[in-house]
Design a protein around this ligand. Structure first.
Ligand code: CU
Length: 429
C-alpha cells in the first residue's frame, strides 16, 4: 500500500511498509485511537504459496502504527485467537502497567476480550510490537508489527528523507506441502522472510536518483541477520534505543541486526541501477530447503543413480555440479511449496529466495512515486559479458608456504590425494 498520509493530527513524512500497510486511526478528544485485532490470517508468502498464520487485522505482520512524538495514543486490542494474548510495545517509554507482559504487568487478554492500552509516545524512533504471552507460539505464527514515532519538530539527529521504508525480519518452518508453521522449531527454519514474504514475493524499494533513503529494519527471528546493500554505503542512524549520536556513525555496506534489535540505515541513492539488497547469510536467501543433505559436489554417481532407479523410478541425482541446477529442474513438488530459489531477472534466474529484494534507483522516478519502474536499462558497454579474445596464462597458487611451529623431525613422506573430476570420470593424480 502507498504511504498513509496523515489527514488528522500532526503532520509527518509517512513510511512505506514493504508488502504491508499502516493502520488508520481516529482522533478522539486529542487522543489517537487505534484498534488491533489479533486473529488467524492467511498470508500469501510468495505467488502461489500461502501460509496459515496468526497476525493482526487480516495480515501478518500486523499493520504499521505511525504516530508523532508527544502524541497520546490509545490502542484497543481485541483477541480473536483460540488462546490468550497480550501486546508488548517493544522499546517504548511508558507506564509499567502498559508494557504488556502478561502475568507481570497485566492479566492476559482472554479469547473474545478487548483490552485498552494508553500512553504518550515520548521518544521518536523505530519500534515494534509483539505478544508477551505464549511468545514462542505466537511469534512463530507471525504475530508482530512495526511502530514508528516521528519527531515532532526538526531533530538534530533525525534527518529528513525522501523515502522511508520499513520491514520486520521473520522466519517460519513450514514443511513443503503444508500450511501451518511448526512452532517448536528453534533454529532450523526453512523460510526466511521480510514482513512474512519471501523472494521473489518481496516489494522492490523504488527510489529516485539522489533521493535520501532511510530503511528501518526490526528482527523478531531467533538469529541475527547481516543485512547487505549493493552499490552504496550507508550509515546506521538509529537503533532500538533511538537516533545514534553522529560521532558513533561510520559507513558500512552490511549491518548485523541481532535478535530483538532494530536498525535504521540511511544513504544517498546516487548510483542508478537495480541493486541487490539482502541478508548475507546464504541460507537465508533460500526457500523451503532441507539442511540435512550431504554435499555431492564432485561425486560421479551415474552408476548408482541407475541402480537406485530400478528400485525408485522417480529418483533424481541432485547437486553434483552445485545447486544451481535446482532452478531449472522440472521436479514434482508438493502443492503449496515455494521454489527453493528462483526469481527471473533480465539475464536469467537470480537463484535466490527468502530475505532478498532489489533497490531500484532511477533518474526518471517521480518524487513520491513508489511504483516499480521495471528492469534497469544498462548504458551501452556497462554490462559484464563473455570474452573470447586471447588471454595470457593466469597466475595460480603454487606453494602452501611455511608454518609457524615446524616440527624438528624428519620430513613426512608426501601424501597422494586422489581427485575424481565430475566431468571426465577419469582418475587424476
Ligand atoms: Cu538472515
Amino acid at each position: 500500500m502507498p504511504p498513509l498520509v496523515p489527514n488528522t493530527g500532526r503532520s509527518y513524512n509517512p513510511v512505506v511498509t514493504l508488502n504491508g500497510w499502516t493502520l488508520p486511526w481516529r482522533m478522539n478528544n486529542g487522543v489517537k485511537e487505534f484498534h488491533l485485532v489479533a486473529e488467524p490470517v492467511v498470508r500469501e508468502m510468495a505467488p502461489g504459496f500461502k501460509a496459515h498464520l496468526w497476525g493482526y487485522n487480516g495480515q501478518s505482520p500486523g499493520p504499521t502504527i505511525e504516530v508523532v512524538e508527544g502524541d497520546r495514543v490509545r490502542i484497543f486490542v481485541t483477541n480473536k485467537l483460540p488462546e490468550h494474548t497480550s501486546i508488548h510495545w517493544h522499546g517504548q517509554r511508558l507506564p509499567n502497567g502498559m508494557d504488556g507482559v502478561a502475568g507481570l504487568n497485566q492479566p492476559a487478554i482472554q479469547p473474545g476480550k478487548t483490552f485498552v492500552y494508553e500512553f504518550v509516545a515520548r521518544r521518536p524512533g523505530t519500534f515494534m510490537y509483539h505478544p508477551h504471552a505464549d511468545e514462542m507460539t505466537q511469534m512463530a505464527m507471525g504475530m508482530m508489527g512495526f511502530w514508528v514515532t516521528h519527531p515532532k519538530a526538526k531533530h538534530p539527529l533525525i534527518d529528513e528523507v525522501n523515502r522511508d521504508f520499513c520491514f520486520l525480519l521473520n522466519a517460519y518452518d513450514i514443511d513443503p506441502g503444508s500450511y501451518t508453521p511448526k512452532i517448536m522449531t528453534m533454529l532450523d527454519f526453512n523460510l526466511w522472510s521480510w514482513n512474512s514474504r519471501i523472494f521473489p514475493g518481496i516489494d522492490s524499494l523504488n527510489v529516485r536518483l539522489n533521493d535520501k533513503v532511510r530503511i528501518r529494519i526490526g528482527n523478531l527471528t531467533m538469529t541475527n541477520h547481516p543485512i547487505h546493500l549493493h552499490g552504496h554505503e550507508f550509515l546506521v542512524t538509529g537503533t532500538d534505543g533511538g537516533p545514534t549520536p553522529k560521532s558513533t556513525r561510520w559507513y558500512e555496506v552490511t549491518t548485523d541486526v541481532a535478535v530483538g534489535q532494530m536498525r535504521q540505515i540511511e544513504f544517498l541513492a546516487d548510483e542508478e541501477g537495480d541493486w541487490a539488497f539482502h541478508c548475507h547469510k546464504s541460507h537465508h536467501t533460500m526457500n523451503a530447503m532441507g539442511h540435512n543433505v550431504p554435499t555431492l559436489i564432485g561425486v560421479d554417481h551415474r552408476g548408482i543413480a541407475k541402480k537406485i532407479n530400478s528400485l525408485i523410478p522417480d529418483y533424481m541425482v541432485m547437486g553434483e555440479r552445485g545447486m544451481a541446477d535446482m532452478t531449472e529442474m522440472e521436479m514434482p513438488i508438493p502443492d503449496n511449496t515455494a521454489p527453493m530459489m528462483t526469481g527471473e531477472g533480465p539475464f536469467g534466474s537470480v537463484e535466490m529466495g527468502g530475505m532478498f529484494s532489489v533497490l531500484k534507483v532511477r533518474r526518471d522516478q517521480k518524487p513520491g512515486d513508489y511504483s516499480n519502474p521495471g528492469w534497469f536499462k544498462h548504458p551501452e558497454g556497462t554490462v559484464a559479458h563473455e570474452y573470447t579474445g586471447p588471454l595470457a596464462e593466469p597466475a595460480r597458487f603454487k606453494s602452501e608456504g611455511g608454518q609457524s611451529m615446524p616440527r624438528a623431525q624428519k620430513p613426512l613422506a608426501p601424501t597422494e590425494v586422489k581427485v575424481r573430476k565430475p566431468s571426465s570420470g577419469h582418475d587424476n593424480h
